[in-house]
Design a protein around this ligand. Structure first.
Ligand SMILES: [Zn+2]
Ligand SMILES: [Zn+2]
Length: 134
């Protein structure tokens, strides 16, 4: 099956430089890195995905994801903006979120940590507080 409903081209994975592939989750299509299985979600996608059956996103890859974490600047694959570290104290993880378009990158496994009612909404609010005003 080849589907092209979201033909927006994303840049390389901010984690490993791999290419994103589209994964169907219920009625939605989200972008997942074909190499490290990291997820790229836009501002509202996380909340939507959490509300539907998203087991497809949790399937473990047959190969271990490469732990390529350079200390350099990470760029948003969507708009090229700078990704900032956003600590989520509720889920005890740190996500990379775009300060421009509010998209966020989740490493493989971080979705599990976020799988918690209302957490997704809180993350968005927190990000807006941090970067929303100058
Ligand atoms: Zn990757
Ligand atoms: Zn962005």
């Amino acid at each position: 099956m080849s589907e092209n409903e979201t033909s927006e081209k994303l840049g390389p994975c901010p984690n490993c430089g791999g290419a994103f592939e589209q994964v169907r989750v219920g009625p939605y299509v989200v972008d997942r890195c074909a190499s490290c299985a990291g997820l790229w979600l836009d501002e509202h996608e996380l909340e939507r995905v959490m509300a539907v059956d998203h087991r497809a996103l949790k399937q473990k890859r047959s190969t271990e994801p490469p732990a390529v974490r350079s200390g350099g600047r990470r760029s948003c694959p969507s708009c090229g903006g700078t990704l900032i570290k956003l600590a989520n104290l509720h889920a005890n993880i740190t996500t990379d979120s775009c300060s421009v378009c509010y998209g966020m990158f989740l490493d493989a496994g971080e979705l599990d940590a976020l799988d918690h009612p209302n957490l997704a909404g809180r993350m968005g609010q927190l990000l807006r507080k941090l970067v929303g005003r100058h």
